[in-house]
Ligand binder design. Structure first.
Ligand code: FES
Length: 101
């Protein structure tokens, strides 16, 4: 399966862009040489995440996740929980979600 998420040119140099994903949303952003696509969902009770200073932060109870590693860094999300990253690939000028290839 392959599904276009966005154009590479739409990924900001700082912060993230929210892209739709089958009725949900992803935060897409650059992290070093990589492009990351993380589900916009908190690992506590499923709140949305705001992009702030290199972290994705949940406004519901302030869980925070490192954007590079996905690791929970503070807040009530379970210790050891991580952002849900999707597998992606750049082809041409676009970023694709890829699965089962
Ligand atoms: S739902 Fe995100 S911190 Fe509670």
């Amino acid at each position: 399966m392959k599904h276009e998420l966005c154009k590479v040119a739409d990924i900001p140099a700082e912060g993230s862009v929210l892209v739709p994903f089958f009725g949900r949303e992803l935060h897409v952003y650059g992290s070093g040489e990589r492009i990351r696509a993380a589900a916009n969902v908190c690992l506590h009770f499923g709140g949305p995440l705001d992009c702030r200073d290199g972290r994705l932060v949940c406004p519901w109870h302030n869980a925070a996740f490192d954007m590079a590693t996905g690791d929970r860094v503070e807040g009530p999300a379970p210790k050891g929980s991580r952002l849900i990253f999707l597998s992606t690939r750049v082809e041409g000028d676009a970023l694709y979600y890829v699965w089962g290839e």
